[in-house]
Design a protein around this ligand. Structure first.
Ligand code: MN
Length: 262
């Protein structure tokens, strides 16, 4: 199913009230004729044969104070801001595996950013902070991989970040753990190692804007839907990788995620 038909599918689902189907192109397939197939994006769900369908990938910028400072901002004055990655930037990383992650073209300064990812199961507009976490269906951990040199160059020219942030396979991600089984993540260690050496190490409770606040803020700007996932920001000490590096990240309560840069 192509993107145009995907959105048609969304409209049909809204009209029929089948809200749970909004983010899932499957089920709509077959009702629309297309000249070729375009695959949807899905993330495995732990302990289930169901897949989590990804509708949009939102990412918050500069959400840990020390990282904000290292990026040259003043975290005490900055309201939250968001960008998106394309859905097909997802690279699924199975628990216990270490898939190859191709070093992308154009960059000479390729950075890791370890992040908690919230996966929504319920949408809405103007969602209050107090009830925002009710919209989270599951959590996982992921890497917001970044062509830092391109991101910086575009930023300096006041141009969009896309080429630095929103490229192929820029979102390695672990399987989704259901909130019903694993609860919410408001604190706990988050760390990242390169070749066994600790690079990032912080606590989720150091986020400037909590996951609940992020959902609330996003829903003021966009109508949120099931299948929307949110990369909740990275702590300080982001840095480069080169071919051959092994990247491992951890969040307390989730299995570690590993990739090899090739
Ligand atoms: Mn990030």
């Amino acid at each position: 199913m192509d993107r145009r038909n995907f959105f048609q599918g969304t409209a049909i689902a809204a009209v029929t009230g089948a809200v749970a189907g909004c983010a899932a192109p499957t089920g709509m397939q077959g009702s629309v004729r297309t000249p070729f197939a375009v695959s949807g994006t899905f993330i495995p769900v732990v302990g289930s044969d169901e897949m989590y369908p990804v509708r949009r990938i939102y990412c918050i910028g500069r959400n840990y104070e020390a990282h904000s400072r290292e990026m040259g901002s003043d975290p005490t004055r900055e309201p939250p801001f968001f960008f998106q990655k394309p859905t097909d930037a997802i690279q699924n990383v199975a628990v216990g595996s270490m898939p190859d992650h191709p070093y992308p073209p154009l960059t000479k300064n390729y950075h890791y950013e370890a992040e908690l990812v919230a996966c929504l199961g319920k949408g809405g507009r103007n969602i209050p902070i107090a009830t925002a976490l009710d919209h989270v269906w599951g959590y996982t951990l992921g890497l917001d991989m970044t062509r830092r040199d391109l991101q910086r160059a575009m930023g300096e020219e006041k141009k969009p970040w896309e080429i630095g942030k929103s490229f192929d396979r820029s979102a390695p991600i672990g399987p989704v753990h259901r909130v019903a089984q694993i609860g919410h993540f408001t604190q706990g260690a988050i760390w990242l190692k390169v070749n066994g050496q600790t690079k990032q190490s912080a606590n989720l409770n150091q986020m400037i804007w909590s996951v609940a606040e992020q959902i609330s803020k996003l829903s003021d700007a966009f109508e949120m839907f099931p299948g929307d996932i949110i990369y909740s920001g990275t702590p300080e000490n982001v840095g480069p990788v080169v071919r051959g590096d092994v990247v491992e990240m951890h969040i307390d309560g989730l299995p570690n995620l590993s990739i090899k840069i090739v």
